[in-house]
Design a protein around this ligand. Structure first.
Ligand code: PHE
Length: 502
């Protein structure tokens, strides 16, 4: 394999990292998590999660990638043989996520088109489910493809391919645009939202603190889950990105800048979303909670479009701004996931990155076809729920165990401190060795217990049939673990050569 590629500059690396972190999760996941988990009070567990787990893990992933100059599987394998499995697990989780993330991007492409005529009219919810998706009666009925979604999907994958085709070289060129652009657009939407009558009601729904929620472990689990998903840690992505940093390169400050920028974007998005929803509630003479819906996809494709229709002027423009923002926010998260997978595969097999990129994208595209069917949304929802609740937290937990207890955080600090602006003290060890694993362990066990109770009570996620949950949740999880082990077990000629060199 030739010389490892490098980022053009520190700024480009930070842009790419922020691009990966700031995605759809910031625009619609954070505002709802905050509003429904204690409002302003949610910021407390969120901030604690950021300090005790988010930033320490981001530093950890940056350092591991930088130190071992490799993607997650190879890097973890170098720390301790056998732990390569964990790296594959992280990467497979990423792969699963990008297969449905691309479909959401496809919907956004559809909506860009529909924005021109505000095609959703007065019934955006109907429009989304019946026109755009043409949704079937349940996960058992796939119902063939929805052609416009399929076209959007092809465009999404083509855009991803085009961006990652030359690795960090081409990624660097794209993030220069796709990172600042959505921030500017978000700024426009915030100003628009806050200058509408009724917006204050929306903001107070978003931020009014309900401190009693802090006693609920669910709120804490939500805060930690949101931090991991949002910072893109425990996916192998940040390890891969940092493996392209030059030898002398800051680690800690880069991590802090990335984390703060990402959380700032989330916080700001709340003002855009709830300012506008406040206005909609005002227009309808309803409570904000009633117009807000249940968050998630509904917000982007149903609730927000409805609010856009009610704007006093410029609806088409604001619709375009909103969907271009979603597109540019999401696209760099999507290609970072692909890049993480590609780096993992090419580092192990020593294959040409171009070849691996094409293969990954081809397989990803084929799998994503499932979600582009008329019943695809059901599967997207199930897979997303299980991967997030168990996959991510699980990877993060084992990562801190590996680095904290097997590799030793002291060694990590010795690698980071000479090259970084901000030095890590022994407090860092306390986080990685004790606090983070403890919190993650509690959340994971709590999620598992909750899941078992729900299954016993027949209270299945979103009321889906058991067989669908078993396939989309448990079978996928089991497959990921088996595949991670298989991937580790295959010794490549390239890897043998590398082993001998050491
Ligand atoms: N952080 C992204 C978001 O908030 C999602 C993502 C997760 C991207 C993992 C890359 C890796 O939408």
């Amino acid at each position: 394999m030739g010389k490892r590629q490098r980022w053009d500059s520190r700024t480009i690396f930070i842009f790419a990292a922020i691009g990966s972190a700031a995605g759809l999760g910031n625009a619609w996941r954070f505002p709802y998590q905050a509003a429904t988990n204690g409002g302003g009070a949610f910021l407390i567990p969120y901030f604690i999660a950021l300090i005790t787990a988010g930033i320490p893990l981001l530093i950890l992933e940056f350092s591991v990638g930088h130190k071992f100059q490799a993607g997650a599987p190879t890097a973890f394998g170098k720390i301790k043989k056998g732990w390569e499995t964990l790296g594959w697990w992280a990467i497979l989780v990423s792969f699963v996520i990008v297969t449905y993330y691309a479909v959401i991007m496809a919907w956004v492409f559809n909506y860009l088109w529909h924005s021109l005529t505000l095609a959703w009219g007065d019934l955006p919810t109907d429009f989304f489910f019946n026109e755009v998706l043409s949704i079937t009666s349940g996960p058992g009925v796939l119902g063939g493809f929805r052609i416009p979604v399929l076209i959007g999907l092809i465009i999404a994958w083509a855009a991803i391919y085009w961006t990652v085709r030359d690795g960090v070289k081409s990624v660097g060129k794209v993030v220069k645009w796709t990172v600042p652009l959505p921030i500017i657009m978000l700024g426009i939407l915030v100003i628009r939202g806050l200058t509408l009558p009724g917006s204050i009601e929306g903001i107070s729904y978003y931020l009014n603190p309900d401190f009693s929620k802090l006693l609920d472990i669910k709120v804490w689990a939500a805060a930690y889950g949101q931090i991991f998903f949002s910072l893109s840690v425990s996916f192998g992505v940040m390890v891969a990105y940092a493996s392209y940093l030059p030898k002398k390169s800051d680690i800690t400050n880069n991590a802090i800048i990335t984390a703060l920028a990402n959380c700032g974007i989330s916080f700001l998005a709340g003002f855009a979303v709830f300012g506008t929803l406040g206005y909609m509630a005002f227009q309808k003479g309803a409570a904000v909670a009633d117009v807000a819906g249940s968050g998630g996809l509904g917000l982007a494709f149903c609730v927000y479009p409805e609010a856009i229709n009610m704007l006093p002027f410029g609806s088409v423009i604001f619709a375009l701004v909103f969907f271009i923002m979603l597109l540019t926010l999401g696209i760099d998260s999507a290609f970072s996931l692909v890049e993480g997978v590609v780096v993992g595969l090419s580092d192990k097999w020593g294959w040409k990155k171009k070849k691996v990129t094409r293969l990954t994208i081809l397989v990803g595209f084929v799998i994503s076809l499932l979600y582009a069917t008329k019943g695809g949304l059901y599967w997207l929802d199930i897979v997303d729920h299980y991967v997030n609740d168990f996959g991510i937290i699980g990877v993060a937990l084992f990562e801190v165990i590996l680095v904290g207890w097997i590799y030793k955080t002291k060694k990590l600090r010795e690698h980071v401190n000479p090259i970084s602006d901000i030095k890590l003290g022994s407090w860092y060890d306390v986080f990685i060795k004790f606090i983070t694993p403890l919190v993650l362990g509690v959340i994971l066990i709590w999620n598992i217990i909750q899941e078992i109770i729900d299954v016993i009570n027949g209270n299945l996620y979103e009321g889906y049939p058991l067989w669908a949950i078993l396939i989309g949740g448990w079978l996928v999880a089991a497959l990921l673990i088996v595949l991670s082990i298989l991937l580790r077990k295959t010794k490549t000629d390239y890897q043998l050569k590398e082993d001998i060199k050491e």
